[in-house]
Ligand binder design. Structure first.
Ligand code: G3D
Ligand code: MG
Length: 271
């Protein structure tokens, strides 16, 4: 059985570290901001000894920076399960799950299986309170909640496994799409929205995230663009670089119109 799962949660809560721990059993302290999306794979066996199921999990790690809703939506769409990650030492990141991430998932794919993950348990001072809060969340949303540490590896495997089990149990049941009234989102930096728009636009014209995202990521780095605070001249450089890349794939007319459209967004045109 194959499944697509996605990790969601604010930037810095430990999503990338959890994936690295789960997939290659390593931890590194270097902070590498996830740019766009990264897809990894791992198989795990689920179920009981009597009826064992091998699940190949395709794991989508997406940048958690608010404002990259286009990039996040492509990762969320088609997911069968989601790990909702927060930092156990950061209440703000926990509130963001209920205020931002869960509504986003429900709006895009409906009520798919979820697991709450309170990460950085190695830093949590009051473990009892943290466990109680996770219990509250898991009762409220009827899904498991697990305290993990990507650093020590504690409970990382059980967290992914719990999600796999949920997906297995939900398989065959149709997912109800929910039209939610979502709270108004905080205004985000215009240049972040422009960067998000260019990234998703480029991927769309390349035929999808799988082809487009690795290219955009490389060009973002070459343009010196900081996804947390993109500068206008770096975005400009990115647009020119993408136009150069497109020469290998597209006709001159389309390249020119892509470039002009993206430059107009940068100049302030709405889409
Ligand atoms: P993100 O992908 O959700 O943005 P990252 O988060 O995986 O990039 O992690 C952000 C920071 O938190 C990194 O540290 C990382 O090492 C740290 N971190 C992740 N998981 C844990 C954990 O379980 N315990 C502790 N103590 N730290 C963790 P820096 O310091 O580089 O910002
Ligand atoms: Mg990350």
């Amino acid at each position: 059985m194959k499944s697509k799962v996605v990790l969601l949660g604010d930037g810095g809560v430990g999503k990338t570290s959890l994936v690295r721990r789960f997939v290659v059993d390593q931890y590194s302290d270097d902070y590498i901001t996830t740019v766009g999306t990264k897809v990894s794979k791992r198989s795990l066996s689920l179920g009981s000894a009597l009826s064992e199921v091998e699940m190949v999990m395709q794991i989508w790690d997406v940048l958690g920076q608010k404002g990259y809703s286009g990039v996040q939506e492509t990762a969320i769409k088609g997911a069968q399960g989601v790990l909702l990650v927060y930092d156990g030492t950061n209440d703000e990141s926990r509130r963001a799950l209920e205020e931002y991430w869960i509504p986003a998932v429900w709006r895009l794919t409906g009520r798919i299986p979820m697991v709450f993950v309170g990460n950085k348990s190695d830093l949590v001072a009051d473990r009892v309170w943290s466990e109680e809060y996770l219990y509250f969340l898991s009762q409220k949303y009827t899904c498991p909640g697990i305290l993990t540490s990507a650093k020590t590896g504690d409970h990382v495997e059980p967290a992914f496994k719990a999600l796999g089990e949920q997906i297995l149990r939900a398989a065959g049941h149709s997912v109800k799409r929910i039209d939610l009234v979502t709270p108004p989102q905080e205004p985000v930096d215009r240049l972040i929205r422009v960067t998000d728009k260019i990234m998703t636009d480029f991927c769309y014209h390349m035929g999808g995230v799988e082809t487009g995202m690795p290219i955009v990521k490389r060009q973002l780095v070459l343009a010196g663009l900081d996804v947390r605070a993109p500068a206008a001249d770096a975005i400009h450089d990115l647009i020119e670089r993408l136009a150069v890349v497109e020469r290998d794939f597209k006709l001159a007319d389309e390249i020119a119109s892509n470039r002009e459209r993206r430059l107009a967004w940068l100049e302030g045109a709405e889409w």
